[in-house]
Design a binder for this molecule. Structure first.
Ligand code: G
Ligand code: G
Ligand code: MN
Ligand code: NA
Length: 252
């Protein structure tokens, strides 16, 4: 239908952009990476809501093309940066499609981005099937030397069994837990438990949606190594991210 046709046209016309949000170490606040976030600037309607058009792409079969565009564009950009990592979101639908490992291999080769500087973030959810095929794909990605991150941890039904079954290198604590820490001792206890879990499983833990200094201090004290959120920086275009990065490098 119409929305799908417009998204297809946006892909063809170059109306899509990637923005980048810094990921920092919580102890010294050094930029160690960036998450790539899709943006669609519609010629008439302006910025389109990302979650909605990603969901449309997933149901309409466009996610393969959209995801391939984001991966290639993000890696080409990140290949020009110094030692920082790039995190690209991957739809569970892409994980199910054949050829993902080959696609990532090809993009790394074509862009020259070293594998250890790429991470793929996957949201746990009904779409990520708990199957041998999923295990084979995620293991294949890890074998390339890239990171595989469990995104939005704690929001789904099967976070724990996924952690046991799949070879994740990092856990991203969902921002709802971070937002509720000040009012809800339960949220604080869960984040603390995830930080401990990460240490035991030898996975790094990143907290998302950090908006206050108090949250950053508490998360650091609880053992989260990495953080992301408006306190540090909002998602921004590549040139603005590069400016943040050179300022960060100059000040450490
Ligand atoms: O940046 P923003 O808050 O608008 O993102 C909304 C949602 O869209 C987030 O859950 C994010 O993970 C998802 N998203 C952003 N970029 C991509 C992308 O390139 N691929 C996929 N699959 N999801 C993305
Ligand atoms: O699901 P995922 O983690 O990929 O979602 C990333 C989204 O979170 C991005 O769209 C980004 O705009 C949003 N985001 C990043 N930092 C913050 C923050 O500090 N507060 C809020 N409310 N949203 C944030
Ligand atoms: Mn993400
Ligand atoms: Na998330």
């Amino acid at each position: 239908h119409e929305a799908e046709r417009q998204l297809r046209r946006a892909l063809a016309n170059g109306d899509l952009e990637l923005h980048f949000q810094p990921i920092v170490t919580l102890d010294r606040r050094r930029i160690i990476g960036a998450e790539a976030l899709l943006r669609w600037r519609h010629p008439e309607h302006g910025m389109m809501p990302t979650a909605e058009f990603v969901a449309l792409a997933e149901t309409s079969g466009l996610i393969g093309e959209l995801g391939a565009w984001a991966l290639r564009t993000g890696c080409a950009q990140a290949a020009r940066w110094p030692d920082v990592r790039l995190a690209v979101n991957l739809s569970p639908v892409q994980v199910r499609q054949p050829g993902l490992v080959e696609q990532v291999t090809e993009v790394l080769a074509a862009t020259g981005l070293p594998p250890h500087r790429l991470e793929l973030e996957i949201t746990e959810g009904l779409l990520l099937h708990d199957s041998l095929a999923t295990l084979a794909t995620l293991s294949g990605l890890r074998a390339l030397g890239i990171g595989v991150v469990l995104d939005d941890f704690g929001t789904g039904y099967s976070s724990m069994s996924y952690l046991r079954r799949f070879p994740f290198s990092k856990i991203k604590v969902d921002r709802s837990f971070v937002a509720n820490m000040s009012s809800d001792v339960g949220a604080t206890a869960i984040v603390e438990a995830v930080a401990t879990l990460g240490q035991r499983l030898e996975m790094r833990v990143c907290a998302e949606g950090i908006e206050t200094e108090a949250q950053a201090k508490l998360l650091s004290a609880m053992g989260c190594q990495e953080g992301q959120g408006y306190l540090f920086a909002r998602p921004c275009p590549a040139d603005a991210f590069e400016a943040l990065l050179s300022f960060d490098r100059g000040s450490h």
